[in-house]
Design a protein around this ligand. Structure first.
Ligand SMILES: [Zn+2]
Length: 186
């Protein structure tokens, strides 16, 4: 699942046009805009615009690269939205992505092609996980402020680790999903 390729929708008509809005996901305060948001990723239009800028940066043009995946996973987990089938699956899949990249990278290089069919092929019980009250201290803006040269990779890593750490109460659940046995032949 790649966030950058998902469909966007128009913002709610009651969105304020002036002042700043606080992103419901990461808490980032950015000038209010009427830009598009995502169908189930819980981000403000201004924050979503920053994510789009980050995900279209030159480094990100290689789908499946570690940095691109970290950006997608960290952003999705930091913007869980509200409970629903698609949002809970998104958060679960991207939490598994963070866990794999940050804790298990050498062991599970095949995660990406497996993800699309994971709910059907693995005996895992994906369900909504209550987001942490403080969903990380770093956000997409910290990465952008670090620039796209020397400090970029380090900033992405720090952001992803920060978000993953914020979800520590659910790490055991995520480990359980990743370690669930496969049902071959389904
Ligand atoms: Zn945000």
């Amino acid at each position: 699942m790649q966030l950058a390729t998902l469909t966007a929708r128009s913002p709610a008509s009651h969105a304020p046009l002036t002042g700043t809005t606080k992103c419901p996901g990461c808490g980032l305060a950015v000038p209010a805009t009427l830009g598009p948001t995502h169908a189930y990723v819980g981000a403000s239009p201004g924050c979503w615009e920053l994510y789009r800028r980050l995900s279209t940066a030159p480094y990100a043009r290689a789908p499946g690269s570690r940095l691109r995946r970290l950006v997608e996973d960290a952003y999705a987990v930091q913007h869980p939205g509200v409970p629903g089938r698609r949002s809970l699956q998104s958060v679960a899949v991207h939490l598994m992505g963070l866990c794999t990249l940050l804790e298990r990278e050498a062991q599970e290089r095949r995660l990406v092609p497996v993800l699309g069919r994971m709910p059907a092929r693995k005996t895992m019980d994906l369900h909504w996980l209550e987001p942490p009250a403080r969903n990380g201290r770093l956000n997409v803006n910290h990465v952008i402020e670090a620039g796209f040269e020397n400090g970029h990779a380090k900033a992405v890593e720090a952001w992803a680790r920060d978000v993953w750490r914020a979800w520590a109460p659910h790490h055991a659940t995520v480990h359980g999903w990743l370690d669930a046995p496969c049902r071959h032949g389904d």
